[in-house]
Design a protein around this ligand. Structure first.
Ligand code: KG4
Ligand code: ZN
Length: 342
């Protein structure tokens, strides 16, 4: 069974080929154009996807040494994401599947992030808990059995990645802020500033990250580094200390809530997914806390943490095996819920 996975929900144009459960290619083209705007510009994202979709798919097929006629199905993200961006991938996937007379499988991008943990071995055993931390979402999901899951809690305001990106912008570190803050934090003191940790209701699994972000802004203002939009350069060590302190606050909350949920549910396996799962501190802390508490931790390889076609092909294969197939009326749904089965 050979599946082509296509991802175009945000600012990565990606395509991957999965053959009999083995990943043969995973081509990711990240759109650099957004860096100069400090965030993703939807119209520019759509245009870049349109320019990139054909060469990216062609390269995925070439690297996999697969001819398009050999494909058995096309899986494509149909939400959540930016409307124009989603439509590029979907229109392409529909046309290809229609032309080749093969099944089209609509994929929920957040569900695909969860199943990025199934691309390589070892895989989590059902039931497991999944923490999804990306630029647009922060969710704890109970995955009962293959393709059956329920949302336990999510952020009530900013997503963890969004907080990283906004703080990165405040510190003058460009976009996206997550990877840069992660790198600088390695040289910093996490106890330099005690930013607030928002644990909300201890019996619930929701998150809130807008308070931490605002605290960083106030700290910068109170220490004379920011005056409205004007940023005064921050000395190197202080910048690293600020990054480490902000990161410690975010990671503390993510780790504590995740371990609490795993204990409450009585699961053995914990999986992490989404762009922020590339974060070195989050990976290290979850690893040590899981070991201390007897949980098995699963985190995808770096290339499957941020948006990628491999996770789309992976979930596509699982859906096809379980008899799921979309028809050609499949629509792009920008606010598609993780509990929605396409
Ligand atoms: O999953 P993803 O590629 O796209 C969405 O579906 O949102 O996640 C992108 C997010 C961005 O907010 C980016 O700053 C964050 O993941 N990110 C990181 C790291 N690498 C990417 N955040 C913290 N540390 C990192 N190393
Ligand atoms: Zn994503």
């Amino acid at each position: 069974m050979i599946i082509l996975g296509i991802e175009s929900s945000c600012d990565e144009t990606s395509a991957a080929v999965l053959a009999d459960g083995k990943l043969k290619s995973n081509i990711i083209s990240s759109q650099l154009i957004h860096q100069q705007y400090g965030g993703i510009v939807p119209e520019l994202a759509s245009r870049a996807h349109q320019r990139l979709i054909v060469p990216v798919v062609e390269q995925a097929l070439t690297v996999a040494q697969i001819k398009k006629e050999q494909l058995n199905a096309v899986a494509v993200t149909h939400g959540p994401g930016l409307m124009g961006a989603l439509l590029v991938g979907m229109s392409f996937a529909k046309a290809l599947a229609y032309g080749l007379k093969i099944p089209l499988i609509g994929i929920n991008h957040m569900e695909a992030h969860m199943y990025s943990n199934f691309i390589d071995d070892p895989k989590p055993a059902f039931p497991f808990l999944c923490l999804i931390v990306s630029g647009g979402h922060t969710q704890l999901v109970y995955v009962r059995e293959p393709l059956q899951h329920e949302l336990l809690g999510e952020t009530l305001d900013d997503a963890a990645g969004e907080a990283y990106d906004k703080v990165g912008k405040m510190l003058g570190l460009g976009f996206p802020g997550g990877p840069v803050i992660d790198k600088l934090a390695k040289e910093g003191n996490p106890n330099f500033v005690k930013f607030p940790r928002s644990y909300l209701d201890p019996g619930k699994y929701d998150f809130s990250f807008s308070g931490i972000k605002t605290s960083v802004l106030y700290w910068l203002r109170d220490h004379g580094y920011r005056n409205n939009e004007n940023i005064k350069p921050i000395p190197k060590q202080e910048l690293a200390d600020l990054c480490a302190s902000f990161q410690a606050a975010v990671v503390d909350v993510l780790v504590r809530k995740t371990i609490q949920a795993a204990r409450d549910l009585g699961v053995q396996d914990i999986a992490v997914a989404g762009g922020v799962s590339a974060n070195s501190e989050l990976r290290a802390r979850l690893k040590s806390v899981s070991e201390e508490n007897g949980f098995k931790l699963f985190i995808p390889a770096f290339e499957y943490c941020t948006d990628n076609g491999a996770m789309i092909a992976q979930l596509g294969a699982m859906k096809l095996e379980n008899g799921f197939q979309s028809d050609f009326t499949l629509n792009a749904i920008p606010n598609l819920n993780i509990s929605y089965a396409s």
